[in-house]
Ligand binder design. Structure first.
Ligand SMILES: Cc1cc2nc3c(=O)[nH]c(=O)nc-3n(C[C@H](O)[C@H](O)[C@H](O)COP(=O)(O)OP(=O)(O)OC[C@H]3O[C@@H](n4cnc5c(N)ncnc54)[C@H](O)[C@@H]3O)c2cc1C
Length: 406
């Protein structure tokens, strides 16, 4: 499986080995190693974010989801949602560095970035990796083009971290044609306007009430399926322009062929999709932090106090310098990790190139690095945004300014 980054890395290294082995410079991927194609895609994503997403900020933040959907469609037209989708199903099947570059460069407005990331990640990947050929044929071209938007529904009011404890139940109809789902999902990103939901439920035998015999499973549910209702939007502390709603399943009649993967193996889908998304979350945090720092620098230069730009004051410079250092580290960590993932993916034999288990195994190898990216990246973003709020001072507390939104 050839990727654009393979030529620059000497070899695939073992995940977590940075703790115990010495690395050679040739084992380490950096943004300086981006290929011309990757640079071009970075530019396309950055231009789209600057020229299309940012001008629509007020409408997005006001939950005008027709605007968000229109932008997602435009991103689809540019190929920005097709990178992780196989070519046979309308995708571009590109390397993970490119996927991270897009997550990074698209992250200029958190509300939009969350909608975009949820669609291309937890929304689309369950079908890429676990769908049957006919599920892929039916859904992936629409998702890659942005014609349809996807969501992932695992959490419930009484089970978040403890996801195996979900209460939603699925029962196969007597004729074997449908699963009947009952339950309620909560906090589902993109739910307000999505067309397709990956919903997790436990298949139960109505004649055997023993809960230990239920089978955790995943189902593809289209928006207009009878018995599916989307609840009211949550009003959140942040990412206010992203859609987050409950889903109510009341005798929801799902065709049996919409079972995703194997009955009883839904937890593999649920957790693998979340685990594998970690590196992109790090990349999205990087883009968010870079955008925040850019705003902070601009404001610090423009804002005058005591007859000077506040950027002349040492304490303001210290905040900008600290933010810059953190972003530099975050960028190095992100692309080093994703470069390693691509080098490992390149070791997949040609005849196994589409074997999703092989792809997942290679990515899982870097669970330590990906977890660092998720946790450290989120905290880096938090620290940078906090500095920038301080630089904006009173204006950092007011909704119309980007520091408050961040
Ligand atoms: C904006 C937003 C969007 C979301 N989007 C989606 C989505 O698209 N799809 C979806 O399925 N879900 C989504 N979620 C749900 C999210 O995944 C859950 O909020 C998350 O899993 C945590 O669950 P909880 O909120 O019920 O917290 P709980 O699980 O109740 O946790 C409460 C606290 O206890 C801690 N805790 C829990 N277990 C342990 C433990 N074993 N040891 C130590 N501490 C522990 C937690 O860290 C937390 O601090 C979203 C949530 C939000 C806020």
């Amino acid at each position: 499986m050839a990727t654009a980054t393979t030529s620059v890395l000497a070899k695939a290294v073992t995940g977590g080995s940075f703790l115990i082995e010495e690395r050679q410079p040739s084992d380490i991927f950096t943004p300086e190693d981006f290929s011309d194609e990757q640079r071009q895609i970075a530019e396309t994503a950055a231009q789209f974010a600057a020229n299309e997403v940012l001008p629509a900020t007020d409408e997005i933040e006001a939950k005008h989801f027709d605007v968000t959907r229109g932008l997602l469609k435009k991103a689809g037209d540019l190929g920005l949602m097709a990178v992780d989708v196989p070519e046979d199903y309308g995708g571009l099947a590109m390397d993970k560095v490119t996927s991270a570059i897009i997550a990074d460069r698209m992250s200029v407005l958190a509300s939009f970035s969350v909608a975009f990331s949820a669609h291309v990640g937890i929304g689309t990947l369950p079908i890429v990796w676990y769908g049957t050929d006919s599920q892929k044929e039916k859904y992936l071209p629409r998702l890659a083009s942005g014609e349809w938007i996807a969501a992932y529904a695992l959490s419930e009011a009484s089970s978040g971290s403890d996801a195996m404890n979900i209460r939603t139940r699925a029962v196969l109809s007597d004729d074997g044609q449908h699963y009947i789902l009952n339950g309620e999902k909560m906090w589902i990103t993109n739910a307000g306007f999505a067309d397709l939901y990956t919903v997790f439920a436990k298949i139960a035998d109505p004649k055997d009430p023993d809960p230990s015999k239920t089978k955790m499973s995943a189902f593809l549910i289209e928006r207009n399926t009878p018995g599916l209702t989307v609840g009211a939007e949550e009003h959140k502390l942040g990412i206010r322009g992203s859609s987050t709603c409950p889903l109510i399943l009341s005798d929801c009649k799902v065709p049996a062929e919409n079972l995703l993967g194997e009955a009883g193996k839904g937890h593999h889908i649920a957790f693998n999709i979340l685990n594998i998304g970690r590196f992109k979350l790090g990349a999205a945090c990087l883009g968010g932090a870079r955008t925040s720092l850019g705003n902070g620098i601009k404001y610090a230069k423009d804002r005058k106090a005591f007859g000077k730009s506040i950027s002349d004051f040492g304490l303001i410079q210290q905040k900008l310098a600290d933010s810059t250092a953190r972003i530099f580290v975050g960028e190095a960590m992100t692309y080093r990790t994703v470069g390693m993932i691509d080098a490992a993916l390149a070791t997949i034999p040609e005849n196994e190139a589409h074997n999703s288990r092989e792809i997942q195994k290679r990515i899982e190898e870097y669970a330590v690095e990906c977890s660092i990216l998720k946790v450290w990246g989120s905290e880096m973003l938090d620290a940078v945004v906090d500095h920038v709020v301080q630089i904006y001072a009173g204006y950092g507390y007011v909704q119309e300014y980007p520091a408050e939104r961040a």
